[in-house]
Design a protein around this ligand. Structure first.
Ligand code: AR6
Length: 177
C-alpha cells in the first residue's frame, strides 16, 4: 500500500493556479462554498463546480459531507480534472481532533487513487478560518500524505499561500522525511 514513488513537493502560491490532476478544496460540510481556498476555487473554477456540489447534496450527501471525509467533483475551469472536497476540523484547544485532520489527507488521497489521479495539490487544510496551528497542520499533512498516498499518486504538492506556511511545511518535510 505504501508507495516508494510518491514525491512530496512544496509550492508557495495560489492553489487555483496549479496544473495537476486533482486539486483538494478545504470545504465545509455544506459543500456549497465559503471563503478562503473554497471561495477561490469556486470563483476561478466557475459555476460547474457548484452545480456538481448541489447534485451531491441532492443525492448521496443530503446531510452534507462529514468532517474528515472527501468527495470529488469536476474541476470546472481549473487546470485540473477533479476537485476533491474535504472538510477539515475546526481547531479546538480542549479536544484533540488531529485524527480528523489526518483523515482529510488520507480520504482525499484514497479518492484520488480511485479516480486514477497521479498529481494532487493540497492546501494546508484547517489552518485558515478553522484556526489550526500551522506547525501542527504541516506535520500532520506531511506525515499522513507520506503514509497513505496510493500507488497511482506520484506527486503530492502542498500549495502554501504565504512564506510563513511555506517555511513551516519545509520544516515538517525535513523532520518527517
Ligand atoms: N491557495 C492556497 N492556499 C490558500 C488560498 C489559495 N488560493 N487561500 C487561502 N489559502 P481556509 P480552513 C490558505 O480558510 O481553515 C471556508 O469558508 C490559508 O492561508 O481556506 O480549512 C470553507 O468553506 C490557510 O493556510 O480553510 C470552510 O468554511 C489554508 O489555505 C472554512 O473556510 C486553509 O485556509 C475552512 O477553513
Amino acid at each position: 500500500m505504501t508507495p516508494v514513488t510518491v514525491t512530496l513537493t512544496l509550492v508557495r502560491g495560489d492553489i487555483t493556479l496549479q496544473s495537476v490532476d486533482a486539486i483538494v478544496n478545504a470545504a465545509n460540510s455544506s459543500l456549497l462554498g465559503g471563503g478562503g481556498v473554497d471561495g477561490a476555487i469556486h470563483r476561478r473554477g466557475g459555476p460547474e463546480i457548484l452545480r456538481a456540489c448541489r447534485a451531491l447534496r441532492a443525492s448521496h450527501y443530503g446531510r452534507g459531507l462529514a468532517t474528515g471525509r472527501a468527495v470529488a467533483t469536476t474541476a470546472g475551469l481549473l487546470d485540473a480534472r477533479w476537485v476533491i472536497h474535504t472538510v477539515g476540523p475546526v481547531h479546538s484547544a480542549t479536544e484533540d481532533r488531529s485524527d480528523l485532520l489526518a483523515s482529510c489527507y488520507r480520504e482525499s488521497l484514497r479518492v484520488a487513487g480511485e479516480l486514477g489521479a497521479r498529481t494532487v495539490a493540497f492546501p494546508a487544510v484547517s489552518t485558515g478560518i478553522y484556526g489550526w496551528p500551522m506547525d501542527d497542520g504541516a506535520r500532520i499533512a506531511v506525515r499522513t500524505a507520506r503514509a497513505s498516498a496510493p500507488r497511482s499518486v506520484t506527486e503530492v504538492r502542498f500549495v502554501l499561500f504565504d512564506d510563513d506556511a511555506y517555511v513551516r511545511f519545509q520544516a515538517a518535510l525535513a523532520a518527517e522525511g
